[in-house]
Design a protein around this ligand. Structure first.
Ligand code: NAD
Length: 371
């Protein structure tokens, strides 16, 4: 198979969708890998390293898209990239379609065979490609929040650890999955008081055990959320219904109840955000204020630690990428339930039920379309 790796063009996105070690494995398996010149520079990987691993370096994105059967990216295609795709081309990348109608319509119109990293689901229900990026985003959410709480950044001037004689910072995290648990871990390590809210009772028990009762766990009753949000210095949004649009768990009124200079980091922004006041931001302009509360809602947080993120991401994608390259897109998807759940659009049809639900559209079963 001819695999194409373009350079990422999203704002301050420094990751690349393959490493030299991945390229080597693919080329040794008999596949051709085309990489756009400079695609690895943001991660610290030179064209020469990719070439040594067996890749062919091509001058521009068009040369990648024109020749590749499968495009492998990190972030969702942006409008500037739409024109590069060929009808019926295969795509393997983060998509987050439930929050992006324009991209959904484009993929349907161009009949792209698209697998979204974020909906690819293993037998145990975990999301193996989203997990490493969620670990990173969860850990970063706390350091980002701590930074914006500083006085010179318009924050309320709170040190999360407090000091003897002065209170600790209050961190409230809604959604206790991968992002939430990793945020809690860092916030605890920094000495903050942490409250974790999740709708899954078993998950709350697991988190209570994991943190030895050091973290307050609560169910998402409206009263629990309202009381917790009102006292938070740093509020982190981390809920997910895989593939679907994020539920709005915090209202504008709750945000208004927070003290001025508090910070909210809505990590779930890639699925539309779980606070009513969330709108997507970029690394170039990461924050805005609503009712004096600082909002951070960057949709590609892990891009800021590109080296860690690229290696973590490609560790997770390579086994699935190898399956697709070795067997061909259709056969690989038919053989693997995990890949099937990852397929969002195929042959001009939506195949993910929650993406379809987000836009009031119909969906078709992957197996039927490939039969
Ligand atoms: N902005 C970024 O750069 C970035 C990076 C990585 C991940 N993310 C996003 O972060 C979000 C969380 O990802 P994750 O991997 O932690 O997901 P996860 O599935 O591991 O965890 C989500 C948790 O939310 C809980 N939940 C769902 N609905 C809820 C509700 N109404 N109230 C309370 N809890 C609820 C679930 O029980 C689950 O424990 C996703 O949208 C993911 O795409 C964003």
């Amino acid at each position: 198979m001819i695999i194409g790796i373009p350079r990422e063009i999203k704002d301050h996105e420094y990751r690349v969708s393959s490493t030299p070690a991945c390229v080597e494995q693919l080329t040794e398996g008999g596949h051709a890998v085309l990489i756009q010149e400079g695609a690895g520079v943001g991660t610290g990987i030179s064209d020469h390293e990719f070439e040594e691993a067996g890749a062919t370096i091509v001058r521009d994105a068009k040369s990648v898209f024109d020749r590749a059967e499968l495009i492998v990216k990190v972030k969702e295609p942006l409008p500037a990239e739409y024109g590069l795709f060929r009808e019926g081309q295969a795509l393997f990348t983060f998509l987050h379609l439930a929050a992006d109608r324009a991209l959904t319509e484009f993929l349907l119109k161009k009949k792209i065979w698209a697998i979204g990293y974020e909906t690819l689901e293993a037998d145990d229900g975990s999301l193996p490609i989203l997990v490493p990026m969620s670990e990173i985003a969860g850990r970063m959410a706390v350091q980002i929040g701590a930074y914006y709480l500083e006085s010179q950044n318009a924050g309320k001037g709170i040190l999360l650890s407090g000091v003897p004689g002065v209170r600790h910072g209050e961190v409230v995290i809604i959604g206790g999955g991968i992002v939430g648990a990793n945020a809690a871990r860092i916030a605890r390590a920094m000495g903050a008081r942490v409250t974790l809210i999740d709708k899954n009772a078993n998950r709350l028990k697991e988190l209570d055990d994991r943190f030895g009762g050091d973290v307050t766990t609560l169910t998402p009753l409206k009263k629990n959320i309202a009381t917790s949000v009102a006292k938070a210095d740093l509020l982190i949004g981390a809920v997910l219904v895989a593939g679907g649009r994020a539920p709005k768990v915090v209202s504008g009124e709750m945000i208004r109840s927070m003290e001025g200079g508090s910070v909210v980091v809505d990590v779930a922004v890639d699925q539309g955000g779980c606070f009513e006041t969330t709108r997507p931001t970029t690394h170039s302009e990461p924050v805005y204020e609503v009712d004096e509360v600082i909002h951070y809602a960057v949709t590609n947080i892990p891009g800021a630690v590109a080296r860690t993120s690229t290696f973590a991401l490609t560790n997770a994608t390579l086994p699935y990428l190898s399956e697709i390259a070795d067997s061909g897109f259709g056969p690989a998807v038919l053989q693997s339930e995990a890949l099937q759940k990852g397929v969002n659009t195929l042959k001009g049809h939506l195949t993910h039920p929650l993406v379809a639900e987000a836009f009031g559209l119909n969906h078709r079963a992957v197996k039927t379309l490939l039969a």
